[in-house]
Design a protein around this ligand. Structure first.
Ligand SMILES: O=P(O)(O)OC[C@H]1O[C@](O)(COP(=O)(O)O)[C@@H](O)[C@@H]1O
Length: 295
């Protein structure tokens, strides 16, 4: 493991850029970017367009390690290049930003109030390739809809079982049991989730290291005790569908919790903007998310 990258993620002042929308989320991300569905007719064309969007973000002068500690990539992005370098190498060597890889294959159907991750076929091969591409860590997402103890237990158990496999491959897993921000019992679900997380953390090998990616909690600083666990390198927050302004406002109330936003990061960016318009907006967005993260 790259200890310089580990230290940057553990103690750096800044946040994580989530650029890992999966195939399922990419059409919506492109629509938000002003690229409608009828702009492409094949999946390959779609991935080409979203790589252009991500390349424009990553190459922007605003996308700087003074504010951004790491970036989460989609597998297709990991296998593409920017200015002749694999994306992960460009990020670390040209921008000093730590690369992560999304490894999940999407969500299963809702059951017991949660959506587990679909089985991740070929995970060992993917982790081997991630190592070859100089990836530091991974990210995988489940979704919790209700305060269902059995469902939340299953979701967290699945996350940690795969997390141990990822640790065994020499990478740091970001474990992301998202709690739906529209859940009628969000606070109760967060209470059950935290209990399950501590249960699983206590069962980890002594030197096992993970990261947690969680929805911004209803109760301010609700996850502060998770930040103190010796296995936890950092606790980061997804934006979950909150607007950029609301996500930042809620995040700022949680000391030590830093952003790992996807939608809230790319909000307002469009393909039709001039470089100045695009870079100025991205710079303001990054500043706002940075300030909400370091509070
Ligand atoms: O495309 P997926 O795998 O459904 O994930 C969607 C997004 O969810 C996230 O975990 C959080 O994104 P948001 O900040 O937009 O909620 C991102 O990492 C990812 O891009």
């Amino acid at each position: 493991m790259n200890t310089k990258q580990l230290d940057q993620i553990r103690t750096g002042e800044g946040f994580i850029a989530a650029l890992d929308q999966s195939g399922g989320s990419t059409p919506k991300a492109l629509q938000q970017y002003g690229v409608p569905d009828d702009s492409y007719s094949t999946e390959e064309e779609m991935y080409g367009l979203v790589h252009e969007m991500r390349t424009r973000i990553i190459k922007s002068p605003a996308f700087d390690s003074r504010y951004i500690l790491g970036a989460i990539l989609f597998e297709n992005t990991m296998d593409r290049s920017i200015d002749g370098q694999y994306t992960a190498d460009y990020l670390w060597e040209r921008k000093s930003i730590v690369p992560f890889l999304k490894v999940d294959k999407g969500l299963a159907e809702p059951e017991d109030g949660v959506q587990l991750m679909k089985p991740i076929s070929g995970l060992d091969e993917l982790l081997k390739r991630a190592g070859e591409r100089n990836i530091f860590g991974t990210k995988m997402r489940s979704v919790i809809k209700d305060a269902n103890p059995a469902g939340i237990k299953k979701a967290v158990e699945q996350q940690f079982a795969l997390g141990n496999q990822i640790i065994g491959a020499g990478l740091v897993p970001i474990i992301e049991p998202e709690v739906d921000i529209h859940s009628p019992d969000k606070e109760a679900a967060e209470q059950l989730l935290k209990e399950e997380l501590f249960r699983q953390l206590s069962a980890l090998d002594q030197d096992a290291k993970i990261m947690l990616k969680l929805s911004i909690p209803t109760v301010n600083n609700f996850y502060s005790d998770l930040m103190d666990d010796p296995h936890v390198i950092r606790v980061v927050a997804l934006s979950g569908g909150y607007s950029q302004a609301e996500a930042n406002e809620r995040l700022a109330r949680n000391h030590g919790l830093i952003a790992s936003f996807s939608r809230a990061l790319s909000q307002g960016l469009t393909a039709g903007q001039t470089d100045k318009e695009f870079n100025d907006l991205l710079s303001r967005t990054i500043q706002d998310i940075y300030e909400a993260s370091v509070k």
